[in-house]
Design a protein. Structure first.
Length: 251
């Protein structure tokens, strides 16, 4: 009588008791293109939520210095008496940075896979041009947005490029910064890239999330995405423009 010994197949480990845990399955899902698209959509929605909330707070500058500085104080005091001042704000910043990191990694890895797929499958010239334009627009607008955010944080959070920067003086810091036409130009270019990125991302996210309905067709999604992206872009752009034309004077 002979006994044959076979090695367990690692690819079937998930079907064996204790073969893999939830964390392993999450990583396995993320390795797939579908999983990465889903993660990119979720992280993108989280970033959009931050962009909208930040815009609402930033527009308080039109209510004057007092309301603007109160907004800065409220941010630093998030958590009330439960968490020491500033701690919850940093937790949110770390979470947001994580969302950005995952979003960027998923985007670049999917772009590499898409390029490999386009090289392996013959496409018509028009489809090839359309695919390249869409992917390049998303990729490079995303890169510009990432660089813009880094500059914006250095400018108005750390005061690296703003003369006479003073912590807590949210209104005056913005006036000092945007009074420089070069900084305002960089800001407007970054906001324009953000609007383009939001437009492409918002109209495609419903397809990635599997939302299909005759009442929510692609043309409707495009209109909603365009309206949202333009509104956000104009909202952010209004601040440096108002400073440059004198509608928001220094205190």
């Amino acid at each position: 009588m002979t006994t044959s010994l076979t090695r367990p197949d690692p690819h079937n480990a998930e079907h064996e008791p204790g073969g893999s845990g939830p964390i392993t399955r999450v990583f396995e899902l993320y390795r797939s293109s579908v999983g990465r698209k889903f993660v990119m959509a979720l992280s993108g929605l989280a970033i959009v939520g931050f962009v909208i909330a930040h815009l609402i707070g930033t527009l308080k500058i039109f209510l004057g210095p007092e309301e603007t500085d109160k907004y800065g104080i409220a941010l630093r005091q998030l958590g009330g008496d439960i968490i020491p001042p500033g701690h919850l704000l940093w937790i949110l910043r770390v979470g947001l940075a994580g969302a950005f990191a995952v979003h960027i990694h998923a985007a670049f890895s999917l772009e590499r896979r898409n390029r490999a797929a386009r090289g392996a499958v013959r496409m018509s010239h028009s489809d090839h041009v359309a695919a390249n334009f869409a992917s390049r627009t998303m990729l490079w607008s995303g890169v510009i947005v990432a660089l813009f955010i880094a500059f914006h944080v250095a400018d108005l959070t750390w005061g690296a490029t703003t003369p006479k920067f003073a912590h807590g003086e949210v209104y005056d810091n913005q006036i000092r910064s945007f009074s420089n036409p070069l900084i305002s130009s960089v800001y407007l270019a970054g906001v324009s890239a953000l609007s383009v990125h939001l437009y492409h991302g918002l109209w495609s996210v419903s397809q990635t999330m599997g939302v299909t309905s005759p009442w929510f067709s692609q043309p409707i999604r495009r209109r909603i995405a365009a309206a949202t992206a333009i509104t956000i872009g104009l909202g952010y752009a209004s601040i440096p423009v108002a400073v440059l034309v004198g509608l928001l004077p220094p205190t």
